[in-house]
Design a protein around this ligand. Structure first.
Ligand code: ITT
Length: 198
């Protein structure tokens, strides 16, 4: 099928992560590996409903994909919420990153003294039988005055997690996994999944 990384395996226990973002996929994998949970990437377009609630967006897309592709899927919707910008870009983070980019956001934050922000990841798991469950994680921190670091993706070069002195992009994968919204959400999923196995 179009979008699957490898079609040779038909493991019923595999969870299919519907995403086109390879970084998100790798981060999810690193978090789920220690729990023995196997995921694979399903790079298909998904329906993104108009909502300010990341959980609603993830749940709708997951339920639709689970039914359409007849398998248990994961969908994660995430965003960066900047306090001084009343939560912008939030659910529009992907679009804002693709348009004004990291530099554009730094410009919007020019002169702002309060620089608190958080990343949120909302994760939905849905089975073809129609059951679904949601988990979320937040990483609190501040927006740096200029981009720093080359690792990661998206707004990683300008986000400094609380209690640290470097951006996600400077810190690398271990650092990211220690503080990230995505790691928190996927760990919650893992703890639930090993108990229930949908
Ligand atoms: P999929 O929808 O295909 O999974 P996406 O990148 O479009 O991938 P989202 O719609 O959830 O994912 O958009 C989230 C955007 O928020 C993402 O493109 C980044 O710009 C930003 N973002 C989310 N999590 C991030 C993180 O861990 N580090 C940096 N930026 C992040």
């Amino acid at each position: 099928m179009h979008g699957e990384e490898d079609t040779s395996q038909s493991d019923k226990r595999t969870l299919w992560f519907v995403t086109q973002n390879a970084h998100k996929y790798q981060e999810a994998r690193r978090t789920l590996d220690p729990f023995g949970i196997r995921i694979r990437k399903l790079s298909i377009p998904k329906t993104e409903i108009q909502s300010v609630d990341l959980g609603d967006i993830a749940k709708f897309a997951a339920e639709e994909a689970a039914e359409k592709y007849n398998r248990t899927v994961l969908v994660e919707d995430s965003g960066l919420f900047v306090n001084a910008l009343n939560g912008f870009p939030g659910p529009y983070s992907s679009y804002v990153h693709a348009t004004i980019g990291v530099q554009g956001l730094v410009r919007l934050m020019n002169q702002k003294l309060r620089r608190e922000a958080y990343f949120q990841a909302s994760l939905a798991i849905a089975s073809p039988r129609g059951a679904s469950q949601e988990f979320s994680g937040r990483a609190y921190g501040t927006i740096s005055h200029k981009p720093a670091g080359k690792q990661g993706f998206g707004f990683d070069p300008i986000f400094i997690p609380k209690g640290t002195r470097k951006t996600f992009a400077q810190g690398g994968s271990l650092f990211k996994d220690r503080y990230s919204h995505r790691a928190i959400a996927f760990r919650k999923l893992a703890l639930w999944y090993v108990k229930t196995k949908v």
